[in-house]
Design a protein around this ligand. Structure first.
Ligand code: 7TS
Length: 412
């Protein structure tokens, strides 16, 4: 297959056959969560039917089967992001939990008063508030790398902001508002030059572009299952082994210990010392199936097709008069995530009209309030696409926006 077969792909996603408000569902809220293919739904279902049990506890056959499935997925994740070792893969409940783990564990131990934490002006709250609160607790300084006028990261500013006082640089790999792909490797080089660590929020990258944590030189890389075709409630934190080994757990309980006495405890090896309690085992099984599905399609196909969709959508959206698009207007180093406002129409009103046409988009601040402030708005409408979307979906979005424009113009 040298060109993506969209009809076949669409058939893999049963939900796309649904009607919304009597209209064909046009799902354009993929940055919030991706829909799941049959392979993932079946894998989770089969797990509950045939292998459901707890992991790393009991020694009966079913428990061994569940544990094998769980650890096989860890290995799959390791390969998926090219981590050096399976012990560097921690299962969490999602990207937010992964980033908080780094802030509460590494941050709590290794950030001191006067240190600098550098993040970017386009962070999701999940990669902002953990550092903001850490900085407040530690009397450290939080600094922001600003954006260029077209919504890309200003690398000249990065060079200025990352100094000998910097201990940690954290950046989003792909912005959930602007769609830009950030030059993580360059940021990591700047961070490492001054002895800082590089934390990457990969929530919008996993499932869209290939991730190679070693090539990126990431020290920590966080992502969520539900944004890469797996169920909600499961995510990953990748961390370099020597860093994870130095870190203390932040959650205590079952399965993360070596020995416990009344007054002291010692911890299990990595990654288990960070996996207290019963994990989302079926979710992990789904994550494994999602990785298989992505590999089956191949990232070459996925990135090529997303590029086509980006070009097509940018062309179409740019033609709508009175539409302000936030983020780069060229498709280079960018994914098909488009934030915009129409005239002075409130984003939520526009989203409601689009919903009536079966077009599912998100309106709001997209958990990036400081970025909204920088853009001079309180909210945007966001249409975000994935490989099961088509040029026709974009045409319908554009028609629906035009319809909304006419509706509001006549309403005035
Ligand atoms: N980082 C980025 C860049 C995100 O887009 C999101 C979720 C998160 C972190 C948090 O992921 P979670 O799975 O832990 O919630 N972003 C969105 C969004 O843009 N719309 O809904 C959720």
């Amino acid at each position: 297959m040298d060109k993506i077969d969209i009809e076949k792909i669409r058939n893999d996603f049963p939900i796309l056959k649904n009607k919304i408000n009597d209209e064909t569902l046009i799902y354009l809220d993929n940055a919030a969560t991706l829909q799941m293919p049959k392979d993932v739904l079946t894998a989770c279902d089969n797990f509950y039917h045939d292998a459901y049990s707890n992991v790393h506890r009991s020694s009966h056959t079913l428990a061994i089967k569940a544990t094998q499935i769980y650890e096989t997925v860890r290995k799959k994740v390791q390969k998926f992001i090219n981590a050096a070792d399976t012990s560097e893969i921690i299962f969490t409940s999602g990207c937010t939990a992964s980033l908080n783990l780094v802030a509460l564990s590494w941050g709590e131990s290794f950030i001191s008063a006067g240190d600098e934490i550098v993040i970017t002006a386009m962070e999701h709250h999940s990669n902002l508030i953990p550092w903001q609160q850490l900085a407040l607790r530690k009397k450290a300084k939080l600094k922001f790398i600003e954006l260029t006028p077209d919504g890309r990261l200003d690398m000249n500013d990065a060079v200025q902001k990352i100094t000998s006082k910097t201990k940690l640089v954290a950046a989003v790999h792909v912005s959930n508002v602007l769609g830009v792909i950030n030059p993580i490797k360059k940021l990591a080089s700047l961070a490492h030059k001054v002895g800082a660590i590089m934390v990457v929020d990969g929530a919008q990258a996993a499932g869209h572009i290939p991730i190679d944590v070693q090539q990126l030189e990431a020290d920590f890389y966080a992502f969520s299952g539900h944004k890469m075709l797996a169920p909600t409630g499961v995510g990953v934190l990748y961390g370099r082994k020597y860093l994870l080994e130095k870190m203390t757990p932040v959650m205590y309980g079952g399965e993360m210990i070596e020995h416990v006495s009344r007054f002291t405890s010692s911890w299990a090896e990595i990654p288990f010392k960070f996996e207290a309690g019963t994990p989302n085992i079926a979710g992990v099984r789904g994550l494994g199936a999602a990785i298989d599905y992505l590999n089956k399609i191949s990232f070459k196909m996925i990135t090529e097709y997303e590029q086509e969709l980006t070009d097509y959508a940018l062309n179409a959206l740019k033609k709508i008069t009175a539409l302000t698009i936030y983020g780069p207007l060229t498709s280079k180093e960018r994914l098909p995530i488009f934030s915009f406002n129409l005239d002075k129409i409130h984003a939520h009103d526009l989203a409601t009209i689009l919903d009536a046409e079966g077009v599912e988009v998100r309106a709001g601040h997209h958990c990036a309030e400081p970025l909204m402030t920088d853009l001079g708005v309180i909210a945007t409408v966001r249409a975000s696409l994935y490989i099961y979307n088509t040029e026709k979906d974009i045409d319908i979005l554009v028609e629906a926006i035009e319809k909304a424009r006419n509706f509001f113009n006549h309403g005035n």
